[in-house]
Structures are given as C-alpha cells and as structure tokens.
Design a binder for this molecule. Structure first.
Ligand code: CAA
Length: 220
C-alpha cells in the first residue's frame, strides 16, 4: 500500500509510524486511519519487529478527528459507517507493545489514540485534552472510558466537561503519561525504551502486555 498520510519505517526491531498531515495538525481523517490500520497490521505480522512507536510532528501528535470531514455527517452516517471505530481501534488490537510518542497537541481523538497505545511518552511541550465539548460533541473514541480509568473520575470529568488542556507534567503526575522528557532528551530516551522492549523475548512481551491490558479492562 502506498501511504499518503503516514510514514512507516523500521529501525532495527522497532517499527515506527509517523502521522503525517502537518497542514491539518495530523487530524485523523478516514484515509489516514485506513492507512494506519494497514501499517499496523503489516508491522504486527513482521517477525523482525518487537516494538512499535506511533508518533506525530513536533507541533501535533494529532489534533483530533478530522472536524472538516466530520461536520456534515449525521448521527446515522457515523453509526452506519462506524467512522470512529474503523482503523482507529486497531491501535488497541496490535499484539506487539506500542508506544505513543507525543509532542505538541494530543487532543480529542488524538488523545484517545495515544491512550489506545500501551503507554505514552511525552515531550515536555505536549498538551493533552478532550475539547469535544467546545465543538458540540463529546469524546467518541475512549475519552470518557480509557481516560477515566487512567486518571480517575474527578480529573477525567474536569477534562471532559471543561475541554481544558493538560500539560505534559500534569499528565505525568496523574498517570496518563508514563514519562516526560525535555526536548533534546526525548528522541534518545524514546529510542532507548523502544529498543529495550524490542529486545525482550517477543512472546513474553506480548503476554505481559496482554496481562496488563486484561487487568485494565476487567475487574480483578
Ligand atoms: N480537524 C481538521 N482540521 C484541523 C483540526 C481537526 N481536528 N485541528 C486543526 N486543524 C487544522 C485547522 O483547520 C488549520 O487548517 P486551515 O489553516 O486549513 O484552516 C490547521 O489545522 C492549523 O490549525 P490552527 O490554525 O487552528 O492552529 P493553531 O496553532 O492556531 O491551534 C489547535 C491549534 C489549538 C490544536 C486548534 O487547531 C484546535 O483547537 N483544533 C481542534 C481541536 C479539537 O477540537 N479536537 C477534537 C476534534 S473532535 C474529536 O476528536 C472527536 C473524537 O472524540 C473522536
């Protein structure tokens, strides 16, 4: 498949997918998410890969679902086309560990897509938020579920009801983000973490990921 909205690379045993619609701050259009699904499937089936990174640009991981594409769709269009599920949810289904590497904005669907990954590493300028309420919507891809489980009801409510953004440090303090690195350290530390995961036993990494995810998604 020829990709127009993402860049796919493999560095040693790490598969890297970079969201690449800079003019739209990587807004998650239908074309982008279709490409993303195909790339994730390819990397997940690649025996040489042991870890994946999903990232964006310096300015934005992703500023959300593509509002320009979404704005004229009715509820029934969205329901029948399964818009915000097709492609998107595949991020949460890959079997290899997948890290969201976030610089700049991770808003709405962008924050939700980062949360579909196994954990989030952020640059110190990252901003997280669920601003859907400001545009006449509510989070549609896990912002009311994964965010609540991740940071607790009170902070999730505040984020979802005000639409306010959270800094990288705040996101780390409340557990949304695993680690924050300053500008110049971000790429080096991200590579180090991804390489170390990729060099673990592949079946054990998959099993460990699955076990943590089952704990997150079910009761004890
Ligand atoms: N969809 C489509 N295009 C978007 C976009 C989005 N979510 N976010 C930004 N863009 C586009 C802008 O329209 C603009 O393009 P044009 O110049 O062609 O108009 C370009 O990206 C740059 O954006 P700005 O000029 O607004 O950049 P800024 O630096 O001034 O502001 C921002 C940055 C604060 C992120 C602002 O762009 C913004 O608020 N974006 C919308 C964020 C949002 O509401 N996200 C939620 C979307 S709904 C959703 O995701 C539903 C869900 O749960 C799945």
């Amino acid at each position: 498949m020829v990709y127009e909205n993402i860049i796919v690379e493999r560095k040693d045993s790490v598969g890297i997918i970079t969201l690449n619609r800079p003019k739209a701050l990587n807004a998650l259009s239908a074309d982008l998410t279709r490409e993303l699904e195909a790339a994730l499937q390819d990397l997940d089936n690649d025996a040489a890969v042991g870890c994946m990174i999903l990232t964006g640009s310096d300015k934005a991981f992703a500023a959300g679902a593509d509002i320009k594409e979404m704005q004229f769709k009715t509820f029934m269009d969205v329901y029948l086309l399964d818009c915000i599920t097709v492609g998107w949810e595949h991020v949460a289904k890959v079997r290899y560990p997948i890290i969201a590497a976030v610089s700049g904005y991770a808003l709405g669907g962008g924050c939700e897509m980062a949360m579909m990954c196994d954990f989030i590493i952020a640059r110190d300028d990252a901003k997280f938020g669920q601003p859907e309420i400001n545009i006449g919507a509510i989070p549609g891809a896990g912002g009311t579920q994964r965010l609540t489980r991740s940071i607790g009801k009170s902070k999730a409510m505040l984020a979802v009801l005000t639409g306010d953004m959270m800094s990288a440090d705040e996101a780390e303090n409340c557990g949304l983000v695993a680690k924050v690195f300053k500008g110049e350290e971000f790429d080096i530390s991200l590579k180090d973490i991804a390489d170390r995961i990729a060099n673990q036993s592949k079946p054990l990494a998959k099993l460990a990921k699955q076990a943590v995810n089952v704990a997150f998604e079910t009761t004890l």
